[in-house]
Design a protein around this ligand. Structure first.
Ligand SMILES: Nc1ncnc2c1ncn2[C@@H]1O[C@H](COP(=O)(O)OP(=O)(O)O)[C@@H](O)[C@H]1O
Ligand SMILES: [Mg+2]
Length: 262
């Protein structure tokens, strides 16, 4: 056989291998086909081709604005894939948290355009929190309405971490203090207010992990102080029920605000 022919054959079999691999990978999205709308499926294939994920398994959670799935990255490690619903989402409340944010100068009103901005807001907020050393899922990638982040839980078993509200907290007083400390560092170091903090948006993985930060606002937001107090009230309310003698939320908020940005 001539050298060129040999090379051509090698090239063909390489292509076949890739095709086979692709076909196998595509099967990995079968569980979500039919559930996920075609434009989002296209985004998933894009992430697959970019080597960010290679499979998507069952849903961890199906919510009003988003579903969270277990994904597998190219190194076979689990990741969390949060897919924001584009067509049926309730978007009016989002405007309150995004309008005036200097990171999003042209806020789109149409849900098809607003949702990707909302997903991007979660991504950049996760980056800020993570960069400031506050425990949140490490953000990995974002493509329109699909956010890839660190999987929180038992990575070996692919078992997602439980919500704070569903665990028997070993030491409630310590955990209360730790969460207040995270709120404080969120304010002074990440310069963010979570704005939807409660036992429903904190995971328990040998300690508290904040999640769901798309609505989190910069300190320059007109309602930042109001949201800060609301977050603290939610947390004190939850820990009071557990028998923790909590400080007055207004006092805690005042101290954090007085400390300011460090
Ligand atoms: N990084 C993650 N690792 C493991 N589970 C997660 C992760 N992010 C979210 N979840 C799970 O998905 C649920 C919904 O996620 P969340 O960001 O709170 O979205 P929403 O409340 O808007 O539906 C969480 O309550 C949690 O159980
Ligand atoms: Mg949530």
């Amino acid at each position: 056989m001539k050298r060129a022919e040999k090379e051509y054959e090698r090239y063909q079999s390489e292509l076949d291998n890739r095709r086979m691999k692709r076909r196998k990978d595509v099967d990995e999205f079968k569980v979500v086909e039919g559930v996920i709308d075609p434009p989002t499926l296209k985004i998933l294939y894009k992430l697959l081709n970019r080597g960010i994920i290679k499979a998507l398994h069952g849903a961890i959670s199906t919510g009003k604005e988003a579903n969270v799935y277990r994904g597998i990255d190219s190194d076979d490690h689990p990741v969390a894939v949060k897919i924001y619903r584009v067509s049926t989402a309730e978007t009016d409340f989002m405007l309150e948290y995004i309008i005036g944010d200097p990171r999003f100068k042209k806020v789109k009103r149409q849900s098809r355009a607003l949702i990707p901005q909302w997903a991007m807001k979660e991504f950049v907020n996760l980056k800020r929190y993570h960069g400031a050393g506050i425990r949140v899922p490490r953000p990995i990638d974002i493509e329109r309405n699909v956010l890839i982040m660190e999987f929180i839980g038992d990575v070996e078993q692919t078992l997602p971490a439980p919500l704070l509200k569903n665990v028997e907290i070993p030491s409630p007083v310590d955990t209360f203090n730790e969460i207040i400390d995270m709120i404080e560092r969120g304010y002074t170091k990440a310069e963010l207010v979570h704005a939807d903090l409660s036992e429903y948006n904190i995971l328990w993985d040998n300690g508290p992990v904040f999640i769901d930060v798309s609505q989190s606002v910069l300190l320059t937001h007109g309602n930042a102080k109001k949201y800060l107090l609301r977050d603290i009230q939610n947390i004190t309310h939850f820990f009071t029920k557990l028998g923790v003698a909590t400080e007055d939320p207004e006092n805690i908020a005042r101290q954090i605000i007085a400390e300011g940005v460090s």
